[in-house]
Design a protein around this ligand. Structure first.
Ligand code: ZN
Length: 561
């Protein structure tokens, strides 16, 4: 009996390695994020894609066509951190691109960290040229993931493999790279001030030589004096006869119609305009290629991690809209950028040794003018209706006080002046409820939910309050969360008027693609509902490592099989 058991054990031991080696080892996890890529957009343009890019993912990947976030504030850092941590902002803590720091009584930009500086002199935000209103909030140039309250997939990879696992994240945006790099990896992002890829002293004391060499080559200069032109004849586009639309942003010198001139290196917005075109993604890929080769990613049996977040789709969506000739050409050019990336990965690592996952940080709405033209009932919300100037007189009357109780509104929260509420001997819950009640009387508002209602479990019925609660971190979130109706839009932030703005809990902002490919996965289209929180958990399961500390996603069985 005993010898039989021993024999069986020996047989099992012999079988085990061969079973393990049936699947090729994963040498590289490649996580791609396309900023503002709404779930339906790649499918709308599927017939136009060439070989090897989106077509590879559509035909050979496991494509989830019904993946939706379950949090309300569909903004960049919120989505990127959810992808990195496999959880909702209520848990990972990144509740918005900007929130009010109650201790400092100041607005805080999500990844700013005054304890650090950039390694590149002058590489920080140049307020005179920065068009991103959230970036302008930052009071210091240093950046770090310190505000993220849970571990990331990249952190867990490092926990398992230590320094043997090389972990990098690249994006045009700091907030597109830092959450994915986590605390253990290394993040690089594009400085619009200098045209270089930069990083923070949080990550390292000095840049490696390959970073300096890439920056010294001044690659953005290639685009100087040139324009963003159409990739193919105009009649081949769905929106070919719709280039000049009145609602598109007429950025000075860039215009609403092709060709869009980038200007030369001395023009004030040269590097900014590169990011509002496929050139931003091309530069991101170029930097990532240099990184992959110089750092030797995917060269041994220890899995490495590379995150690339492509930002152009977001900027193009904001300025021109989802259904524009600019978005169409941007996606066709992104398709070529992806094809180049996959070819590089296949050559250097082998697709069978690579696990690819592509998703987006959020979707995006259609431009109100476009919907209006189709006869749909849309409206523009006057941002003044949620301003402190408007709300304070209302509260003074409602609560019979002299003080100004509302400090400010910054999407998506109304922030009360808690000191003023206390001095007026008012109950914070009552002040919050008074704001919420007033906002609920406005026709533009669908939901106004006080933090007290969330924290005491008195949520209203339906999914929207639940998505708002999923966004609620008690130490960070504001006092009242405001949701506008799904066809009412605020497209004016900080004086910058754009064609479209995301950040709502509506389906168009929550719907993103989730695709897994590489590693001999077989092509499938899956329509069952899943979430992007499932990604980090699925990656952890496949690699046999611990999932991030706050992860709530579920493993995607089609990928595990
Ligand atoms: Zn955006």
């Amino acid at each position: 009996m005993r010898s039989l058991r021993l024999t069986l054990l020996c047989v099992a031991a012999l079988l085990a390695p061969s079973l393990a080696s049936a699947a090729p080892e994963i040498r590289l996890v490649l996580q791609i994020t396309v900023d503002q890529l709404r779930g339906d957009l790649p499918l709308r343009h599927a017939h136009q894609f060439g070989k090897g890019g989106f077509r590879y993912l559509l035909e050979d990947g496991i494509w989830y066509s019904n993946a939706n976030y379950h949090h309300a504030n569909t903004e960049t850092v919120v989505g990127h951190t959810s992808l990195a941590t496999g959880t909702i902002p209520a848990v990972h803590g990144m509740v918005g691109n900007v929130w009010l720091d109650q201790d400092e009584d100041a607005l805080l930009y999500n990844v700013e960290d005054g304890r650090y500086d950039l390694l590149t002199k002058g590489g920080g935000v140049d307020r005179s040229r920065e068009i991103d209103p959230t970036q302008r909030v930052a009071r210091s140039q240093g950046r770090s993931p310190a505000s993220i309250m849970t571990s990331t997939f990249s952190d867990e990879l490092a926990t398992r493999y230590g320094a043997d696992s090389k972990i990098f994240a690249v994006s045009v945006k700091d907030r597109g790279a830092i959450p994915l790099a986590g605390s253990s990896g290394q993040a690089y992002w594009f400085s619009k001030a200098t045209g270089e890829f930069v990083t923070s002293s949080f990550y390292a004391d000095r840049d490696p030589d390959w970073v300096n060499e890439w920056n010294e080559a001044r690659k953005p200069k290639r685009y100087a004096g040139q324009s963003w032109t159409l990739q193919r004849p105009v009649e081949e586009y769905l929106f070919g006869d719709k280039d000049d639309r009145p609602w598109e942003t007429d950025f000075p010198g860039y215009g609403r119609v092709f060709p869009h001139p980038w200007g030369d290196t001395t023009s004030k917005y040269f590097t900014t305009l590169l990011t509002v075109s496929p050139a931003g993604d091309e530069l991101t890929l170029d930097f990532a290629r240099t990184l992959l080769l110089a750092e030797g990613l995917g060269k041994d049996a220890t899995p490495d991690y590379l995150s690339i977040s492509f930002s152009s789709t977001d900027y193009v969506g904001h300025l021109f809209g989802a259904s524009s000739l600019e978005m169409e050409d941007n996606l066709l050019r992104l398709d070529r950028t992806l094809a180049e990336l996959f070819e590089l990965i296949d050559r250097e690592v082998g697709l069978k040794h690579t696990l690819i996952v592509l998703s987006a940080d959020h979707g995006g709405p259609e431009v109100p003018g476009y919907l209006e033209e189709l006869g749909q009932p849309v409206a523009h919300v006057d941002p003044a209706i949620v301003s402190a100037e408007t709300l304070n007189p209302v509260l003074r009357e409602k609560l019979a006080v002299d003080a100004d109780l509302v400090r400010s509104y910054f999407h998506p929260y109304v922030y009360l002046d808690r000191g003023a509420v206390a001095s007026a001997k008012l109950d914070l819950a009552a002040a919050r409820q008074a704001v919420a009640d007033h906002l609920m009387d406005l026709p533009e508002v669908s939901n106004a939910i006080s933090a007290t209602a969330i924290e005491s479990g008195r949520l209203g019925p339906g999914p929207i309050p639940r998505f708002v609660a999923n966004n609620h971190q008690p130490k960070r979130s504001g006092d009242v969360y405001v949701v506008f109706r799904s066809q009412e839009f605020i497209n004016d932030f900080d004086g910058l008027t754009v064609a479209a703005t995301h950040g709502s809990p509506w389906r168009y902002d929550r719907h993103v693609p989730v695709v897994f490919a590489g590693r001999r996965l077989k092509g499938q289209r899956i329509s069952r509902p899943v979430t992007p929180y499932d990604i980090a958990v699925t990656l952890s399961q496949i690699l046999g490592i611990e999932a991030p500390s706050g992860a709530i996603g579920e493993p995607l069985v089609e990928v595990l099989r």
